[in-house]
Design a protein around this ligand. Structure first.
Ligand code: HEC
Ligand code: HEC
Ligand code: HEC
Ligand code: HEC
Length: 116
């Protein structure tokens, strides 16, 4: 546990460095916090031992069908794919978003908040 806490603390420093280098509210977590979310909403109450958020965390607020409807122009729709993987594989929250499918497919998804 101590080791994990140390890793989390060093990641925290890394994250602080990242966010001061980038413009404010560049990353998903910043934009969520700006909308009133607390760190704990995604990471659980103990920020010394933060939970790694998974798809269930996201689906507490986001409805998959609603998101798929809003993004119906995407072909195929990553929110309605035979194997879409966790939301956070693409929608990273503390770094630029990535097109995770690209590892195997050539879908031309443009992540709005991806690397510029
Ligand atoms: C406590 C509620 C809540 C949780 C939990 C949450 N979100 Fe959000 N999210 C919102 C709200 C509110 C918005 C703004 C309205 C909208 O776009 O749906 C938003 C917007 C977004 C957007 C639109 C782009 C942007 O950032 O402006 C993405 C992508 C997103 N969330 C992904 C995620 C992912 C991935 C997770 C899980 C790690 C997550 N959200 C967890 C409430 C939440
Ligand atoms: C293949 C990567 C990928 C995965 C996995 C993925 N998305 Fe997305 N998502 C996108 C793309 C591409 C867009 C459209 C461009 C953008 O908004 O960045 C998008 C848009 C969104 C939006 C904004 C919709 C709008 O226009 O208001 C939300 C909210 C969102 N996704 C939530 C989720 C949630 C929740 C999950 C997990 C259930 C998820 N996404 C999984 C790629 C992905
Ligand atoms: C919308 C959900 C969301 C919010 C809000 C959020 N995070 Fe995160 N956090 C994530 C996700 C998802 C990851 C996994 C890596 C990534 O996506 O960048 C993560 C990773 C981390 C990690 C790395 C720890 C690990 O388990 O690997 C730390 C530390 C962290 N976040 C701290 C914070 C702090 C501090 C805040 C409040 C300022 C915050 N987070 C707000 C979703 C969130
Ligand atoms: C590790 C490799 C891998 C990743 C990552 C991956 N796929 Fe696939 N995908 C495959 C393989 C292999 C097939 C063909 C076998 C099958 O149909 O199951 C396939 C088939 C598909 C198909 C049906 C056939 C087609 O090409 O139209 C869709 C749609 C699809 N994937 C969407 C996605 C989406 C969206 C993502 C990202 C969220 C993704 N995949 C990520 C390997 C991958």
């Amino acid at each position: 546990m101590m080791r994990f806490a140390a890793i989390a603390a060093s990641l925290c420093l890394g994250l602080a460095a990242l966010s001061s280098a980038a413009t404010a509210a560049d990353f998903g977590a910043d934009r969520h916090v700006a909308r009133g979310l607390k760190c704990e909403t995604c990471h659980g109450p103990d920020m010394k031992n933060p939970n790694y958020p998974d798809e269930k965390t996201c689906l507490a607020c986001h409805n998959r069908d609603d998101v798929a409807a809003k993004t119906k122009a995407l072909e195929p729709n990553p929110h309605k794919a035979p194997h879409n993987g966790d939301c956070t594989l693409c929608h990273m929250q503390h770094e630029p978003e990535v097109n995770y499918c690209e590892q195997c497919h050539q879908f031309n998804f443009k992540m709005k908040n991806g690397a510029k």
